[in-house]
Design a protein around this ligand. Structure first.
Ligand SMILES: Cc1cc2nc3c(=O)[nH]c(=O)nc-3n(C[C@H](O)[C@H](O)[C@H](O)COP(=O)(O)O)c2cc1C
Length: 466
């Protein structure tokens, strides 16, 4: 997952971090090369369609970044094998333009493109696009029509419609162009599309979201579901839920892959990886409600006190959490303590490696799926989750770019290959092949010429009747 300014809010402050969005081409080129050299399935470009000062400390990577479909096209030109996922938001995109742009980039990349389909709503985006928002409770219905329309448009032409017969002068097989008219409750589009059928037939659809509505949507429509998962047992339950929705929609359970975001912080040794995470926490501008430059108040000590049900009066951020104070934390507070211990090697009341309130607050304030360790411990985590049936794979987030991502590709990927858990290099050509997804047939049977003839026959009747 490519977040140029880093997926951890303080990542850009780390020494050596990319921090100038105007130079995104440089870090994108480096990241794409690293990812492809490691044989990763895809690079994922997310999307958010508005900006504002409130993002500076919460999600700085959203402040200003290149448009995902532009990034896909750029990356397609500098890579040869890796898949490229460009996110578009169904509520703010037209199906014709989206089908055309993605069919085009699939052609230009020889079948390596997927759509990240976002269904989120955002009042900023409503204002930016000047459109009446899709009613909140019908966003997923709208998105379902959007996907159906996309697939219909991608099937406008048969794979072999362009016969290009020089001797007869026949360029196309007229029977290979289909009527694609789609007339739903929300989506109305005629077509056919003025782009060839994509090399993958239908570029895969990846849907990110963790709500019940998102899981249902993914089960019914997506090729890959990207879901935030806290524990393996949760992943197993989510997989079952998605499979039920897939089956109810007439699909097979294995038609939908389940992947989870993960933020590995890896170094040659475990203490070195702890040091990187400690530094990210130190650089996080957490503070109390009125502290200048701090994260929003929801990430203050006061809010932490509320969620762990424990008064935190007169404590300093860098003060150790005493055993006595820890005993008063509720279940969520105990989970935070366990997470801090796993990510930092710290424990209660142990001198300079004591758990401090800063670490507890940072872990609450930044709900990133951080996993800290050396190559072996991070690979153990991957293996365990896959073996327990929690996920089919992971989408790697980097706290900043490029160093932690380089460390992941140079340390963890070879370890997974050594263990026989990841292929060495690419076997397939297209993204569908990387993911083990079949290539869909063209679903249109009736050529446009025949429907035109039928329409003409209807016209004759009308003329005859008059
Ligand atoms: C790992 C991950 C990445 C996501 N990336 C995006 C994104 O780039 N753009 C977007 O609009 N939504 C993205 N989402 C989805 C939203 O965060 C949210 O889950 C979605 O709007 C569904 O929530 P809802 O069903 O409550 O609307 C992502 C979700 C996850 C889990």
């Amino acid at each position: 997952m490519f977040r140029a300014l880093g997926a951890y809010p303080s990542g850009w402050r780390h020494a050596g971090a990319h921090r100038d969005p105007r130079a995104d081409a440089t870090v994108l080129r480096r990241t794409a090369k690293l990812a492809e050299a490691a044989g990763l399935d895809f690079l994922y470009f997310g999307e958010w369609l508005s900006t504002g000062l409130d993002l500076e400390h919460r999600d700085p990577y959203l402040l200003a970044r290149v448009d995902p479909l532009s990034a896909v096209t750029f990356a397609a030109g500098i890579t040869r094998r890796i898949g490229l996922v460009g996110t578009i938001n169904a509520s703010y995109s037209g199906p014709y333009a989206t089908a055309r742009a993605t069919a085009s980039s699939d052609v230009l990349s020889s079948g390596r493109v997927a759509i990240g389909l976002a269904v989120s709503s955002d009042t900023g985006a409503d204002a930016n696009f000047g459109v009446a928002p899709v009613p909140a409770d019908r966003r997923f219905e709208h998105a379902e029509e959007f996907v159906d329309a996309l697939r219909s448009l991608w099937d406008s032409w048969d794979d072999d419609a362009f016969v290009a017969d020089r001797s007869t002068g026949r360029l196309i097989d007229a029977e290979g162009l289909h009527a694609t008219d789609f007339d739903g409750d929300f989506v109305h589009v005629a077509g056919p599309l003025n782009a060839p059928r994509p090399p993958q037939g239908h570029p895969p659809i990846i849907h990110a979201g963790s709500s019940a509505a998102s899981l249902r949507f993914a089960g019914r429509n997506a090729d890959v579901a990207l879901v935030a998962i806290g524990a393996p047992s949760e992943g197993v339950a989510i997989r079952r839920e998605i499979a039920e929705h897939a089956l109810a929609a007439g699909r097979a359970a294995e038609d939908v892959l389940l992947v989870a975001p993960i933020m590995p912080i890896v170094a040659d040794t475990v203490p070195e990886s702890w040091a990187i995470f400690d530094e990210l926490v130190r650089l996080l501008p957490v503070g109390d409600d009125n502290a200048g430059g701090a994260l929003p108040s929801a990430r203050s000590l006061r809010s932490l006190a509320q969620v762990i049900d424990t008064p935190l009066t007169n404590v300093e951020l860098d003060e150790p959490v005493t055993r006595r104070a820890a005993a008063r934390f509720n279940e969520y507070g105990q989970q935070l303590l366990a997470l801090v211990a796993a990510r930092t090697g710290r424990s209660l009341e142990t001198g300079d490696r004591a758990i401090t309130y800063r670490h507890v607050l940072a872990t609450h304030a930044v709900p990133a799926p951080v996993i800290v360790g050396d190559a072996s411990s991070v690979a153990d985590h991957f293996e365990e989750w896959v073996d327990l049936g929690a996920v089919d794979g992971f989408v790697v987030q980097s706290p900043f770019l490029p160093a932690p991502f380089a460390a992941f590709t140079e340390l963890v990927v070879p370890e997974l290959v050594r263990r026989g858990r990841f292929r060495s290099g690419y076997e397939g050509r297209t993204l569908r092949e990387h993911l083990g997804l079949g290539r869909p047939e063209n679903t249109h049977r009736v050529p446009l010429v025949r429907t035109a003839a039928q329409r003409f026959a209807g016209f004759d009747e009308v003329v005859g009747a008059s």
